[in-house]
Design a protein around this ligand. Structure first.
Ligand code: T5A
Length: 221
């Protein structure tokens, strides 16, 4: 059986990851692809409990090391019980955030050593890497305004603007380092334009397009 593809969606707070996961799922299913939609931190019972601990604003102060290790503990569980089994069975996995988020938030936002993240990535993931990552990018204030409209904020969303600027810079650095895998989508445009740009990229992965992006959409770097 042909192994499925692993697609991740990344970006700062409120850039539209969850909205567009639903769009991509529909798009792939229209092309008769079986898709498993999941998210990080989370995706299994245990990993969802870890997510609650990580996002909870009431808990005691979380040390940076504990935060990093909890992210990878959840990821180890998620890979073993959800991601790998789906890929092996030929399903495509569509994941709302993955390890690029760790480079962005713990590496960029918390200023933790990239070498520690790399070590954990190699240990937990082995050779597993996404086949495609869509990085939705928008100025921090746009994403935060969308998040605040939604109501209560979680532990990460309560951080200061500088934290999110560092997260954004770290994401853009990841995109520069891995241009083959990470495709940058401008998220501060109307949703229909964002989704046209996403569809352009997905078509390439499906082998339905020559790889040329319509300049009209201007969303793919
Ligand atoms: N984290 C995670 C780490 O620190 N390290 C890690 O390794 C990992 C994996 C998880 C938190 O954990 C941290 C990062 C996060 O802080 P989360 O829920 O996955 O939290 O992430 P959030 O960014 O908080 O998710 P959000 O749901 O807030 O944002 P989304 O999914 O990007 O945005 P979405 O789709 O919910 O859209 C927000 C609003 O904007 C509208 C939508 O309709 C919605 O109302 N919208 C648009 N409006 C106008 N124009 C557009 N183009 C729009 N696109 C969406």
């Amino acid at each position: 059986m042909t192994r499925g593809k692993f697609i991740t969606l990344e970006g700062g707070e409120g850039v539209g990851k969850t909205t567009n996961v639903a769009f991509i799922k529909d798009y792939l299913e229209q092309h008769n692809i079986a898709v498993v939609v999941t998210r990080e931190p989370g995706g299994t019972q245990l990993a969802e409990k870890i997510r609650q601990l990580l996002l909870d604003t009431q808990s005691e102060a979380v040390s940076e090391q504990a935060e990093l290790l909890l992210m990878f503990a959840a990821r180890a569980q998620h890979i073993k019980h959800v991601i790998e089994p789906a890929l092996v069975h030929g399903k495509w996995v569509l994941c709302d955030r993955f390890t690029d988020a760790t480079y962005a938030y713990q590496g960029g936002g918390r200023n933790m050593k990239v070498s520690s993240i790399q070590w954990l990535e190699n240990w937990v993931q082995g050779p597993l890497k996404p086949d495609l990552t869509l990085l939705l990018d928008a100025p921090v204030e746009i994403g935060m305004a969308r998040v605040k409209k939604r109501g209560a904020v979680d532990r990460f969303e309560s951080e200061k603007i500088n934290f999110f600027e560092s997260v954004r810079r770290a994401y853009l650095l990841q995109a520069e380092l891995y241009p083959e895998r990470i495709k940058l989508i401008k998220a501060n445009q109307p949703l229909a334009d964002v989704q046209r740009a996403i569809a352009d990229v997905i078509r390439i992965l499906l082998g339905l397009s020559s790889g040329l992006t319509s300049p009209r959409h201007g969303g793919l770097k």
